[in-house]
Write a protein of this length. Sequence first.
Length: 136
Amino acid sequence: MKKTKLIICMLLVLCFIFGAGYAVGAATAEPGSNGDPLVSKSYLENRISAVEKQSGLQSVTISKGKQLVCSKGTQLVVVSGSVKATGALSDITDGKRIAKNKVVSNDHSVIVVKDKTGVKATKSAVVFVAGSYTIK
């Protein structure tokens, strides 16, 4: 009889614990949802910023018609949009030169060969830049 009461008592305690956990929401929060995020947005933004600073790459948005003017040795990677070279550039992904007014391929690593050259956006573009630049 004592053994049966002990088992019933243990089951009631377990039911209470699981019920309390359910009420708090620990059992209902779906992993990755707002209730249980895997990574907070602020943490992710801080990490991305740190990696950009560490690698020297900056994300630059160029509006249509604007020009990204760079110093010699600046590295460019066109991520989205469309740009044309404003002077001689070296496409190190393909190992070729890009002549003035030619389209720069997206996702290609490009080095600026001559000061005060770069790219001009034929439509809004996002470019990763490592080096000094201005937008005109």
